[in-house]
Design a protein around this ligand. Structure first.
Ligand SMILES: [Zn+2]
Ligand SMILES: [Zn+2]
Ligand SMILES: [Zn+2]
Length: 258
């Protein structure tokens, strides 16, 4: 029996909720479940902690959820709302006294090397974080003994990676996945799935498309993430969702044995 735990660190789209200066129903809501940091999650398998994405809210996400150790970071893609907080791992990297393994595609590595060029150019400057790039070479790989399957999807023109880790599949920022790749998701107990808004979008699933993909995946429990303020407040939207589909919320913890 393997014990697995996922913590939703953020469930909001690129501007988060509330959006600065917006006074719509979602942004004005006093319900804590309507406050959403940028999309990210921590998956723990036994004692290995794997962070998925490192967006601009990372510092507060780690503090709020009292996360003090991370063994590796997995990147879905290179957009700023998934990478802009990487420098905030410094205290953890300094404490662990080794480079942080960053698992990503070569395309994402290139962007991270540009964005964090000082970690290469000024690598010996005191306090500069040490990163250890690990490219996805195979779709099946292991991080400290934890088996991971990479899932390929499309986010508009961009290639993105989703992940199957044990009984959990994680797919965000996508508007297309082939049937072949969806096979990798089948048999999961939990699917975290990106769903932006009701209106269609050129690079994200809208509500209807995400519900359809959820059905096709046959995963019994699905949590929507990467939600935007264009949706109604969560208590209202929740009532409109089919059985087996919920909205993720920040700080949500789900434990699974498989
Ligand atoms: Zn995003
Ligand atoms: Zn708003
Ligand atoms: Zn994106």
């Amino acid at each position: 029996m393997i014990e697995q735990k996922i913590t939703i660190l953020g469930s909001g789209t690129s501007q988060g909720i509330p959006v600065i200066g917006c006074h719509c129903a979602s942004c004005s809501s006093t319900d804590s479940k309507d406050k959403r940091f940028r999309t990210s999650a921590l998956i723990q398998v036994n004692n290995i902690r794997i962070l998925i994405d490192a967006g601009p809210d990372l510092r507060m996400q780690l503090l709020t959820n009292r996360i003090e150790e991370i063994d590796a970071v997995l990147f879905t893609h290179e957009h700023q709302d998934h990478t802009a907080g990487l420098d905030d791992l410094r205290p953890i990297i300094l404490k662990q006294k080794k480079g942080m393994p960053l698992w990503c595609s070569s395309q994402v590595q290139k962007r991270l090397e540009e964005q964090y060029s000082y970690t290469i150019k000024n690598a010996n400057y005191p306090g500069v974080p040490k990163f250890q790039y690990c490219n996805f070479e195979e779709d099946h790989f292991e991080i400290e003994g934890v088996k991971i399957v990479r899932i390929h999807a499309k986010h508009g023109e961009l290639d993105v990676s989703g992940f199957r880790i044990g009984a959990i599949s994680y797919l965000t920022d996508l508007n297309y996945i082939s049937d072949e790749e969806l096979e990798k998701v089948k048999g999961s107990s939990l699917l975290i799935l990106g769903c932006l808004r009701r209106e269609s979008h050129y690079s994200h699933f809208n509500l209807e498309e995400a519900i359809e993909l959820g059905r096709k995946s046959r995963v019994p429990r699905i949590l929507f993430t990467h939600l935007s303020h264009h949706f109604e407040v969560q208590s209202q939207l929740t009532r409109a969702l089919p059985k087996g589909i919920e909205l993720a919320y920040d700080g949500q913890i789900i434990e699974i044995e498989y």
